[in-house]
Design a binder for this molecule. Sequence first.
Ligand SMILES: NC(=O)c1ccc[n+]([C@@H]2O[C@H](COP(=O)([O-])OP(=O)(O)OC[C@H]3O[C@@H](n4cnc5c(N)ncnc54)[C@H](OP(=O)(O)O)[C@@H]3O)[C@@H](O)[C@H]2O)c1
Length: 353
Amino acid sequence: MLLEDQRYMQRAFDLAALGKGKVSPNPIVGALLVYKGRIIGEGYHRAYGEAHAEVNAVGSVQPEDRKHIPHATLYVSLEPCNIHRNTPPCTLLILRERIPRVVISCLDHTPEVDGSGVQRLRDAGVEVVVGVLEEQGRRLSNIRNTFVQQCRPYVILKWGQSADGQFAPKAQQQFWLTNAFSKRLVHKWRSEVDGVLVGYQTALTDDPRLSNRLFNGPQPKRVVVDRKGSLPTDLNIFDGSLTTFVMTDKQVPPKFIPTNTKVLPVLQQGGAWPKQALQALADQGVSALIVEGGEKTLRAFIESGCWDEARVIEAATFMGEGRPAPLLPVAPDQSYRLGGDQLFWYFNSLNLH
Ligand SMILES: NC(=O)c1ccc[n+]([C@@H]2O[C@H](COP(=O)([O-])OP(=O)(O)OC[C@H]3O[C@@H](n4cnc5c(N)ncnc54)[C@H](OP(=O)(O)O)[C@@H]3O)[C@@H](O)[C@H]2O)c1
């Protein structure tokens, strides 16, 4: 694999990331055109229903560089589409522009694409390289691929814990552990997903707003697991400012439904409830979900294998006596410092595509 291909693919990933939270349930995609070591055009998929990354990359080429397009290489983080939905197929654009070489990180597992984009280009004589920085590319496209292959949202578990591994005090009370950097980062993460889920006890004890008020971007939908539909309606999640889904046991709708709130009576007793919750959320168009606790809710997702990624922020603070944080069955893949806090990033390798 050429080092140069990897460098440009990294740029395609950076471009793709600019679309996070704005294209759901489409995949985030970045693309660039390179002619003789110079980037002559680049773009990304900016919003659902709008032009794809390849179209924006070609469209950004300056008039004096257009003559280079039939001699350039197109780098794309995901296989170009070969279907006509909101926009014409990108394979058609590549052929029309006579782009001779296309470098792709990974395939798009949308059933109607899944390799057919590559095949169509190869059949037309385009040189196609697949698999540059493939693992990174698959992680970028994981939300989309999970949604189309498993018909459920991509699940990111997130929690904070003390330096001594405690999750919360023994008594039901809020205890803020992590610092201001971490808080803002969590709001950024919320802007990149469709939904943020909490358990009944967390909604009651912490009264969170579950918004991304500390970071610009689309607001997620709020999801609360309230089996009996008995949460008080004066909680922040019921303030009507954002859509809230309340997941209840079957046949147990709450008596009073606040504005902008939808009850999803889909849960059954037993350990399988996260699967039912995810299915119902997929039906509501949620393709990426952050599960923010509490501990019992997180454990239910871990024990049922319903998670793809976990972002655990360990604070510098010690708690002493408390409730131990959940444990994950894998080692962290990456870790970063956030001021005095430390972020540990886990991936559930069993769920990788
Ligand atoms: N460190 C962090 O990052 C973090 C994040 C969030 C929360 N917290 C803390 O975690 C604590 C809460 O966690 P948790 O594990 O106790 O609870 P939780 O996960 O928030 O909620 C799950 C609990 O709520 C019950 N429940 C569901 N619907 C109910 C209903 N309608 N009526 C009564 N109970 C219902 C569940 O019962 P079943 O098991 O029967 O379904 C389960 O016991 C709080 O102290 C909060 O401050 C910490």
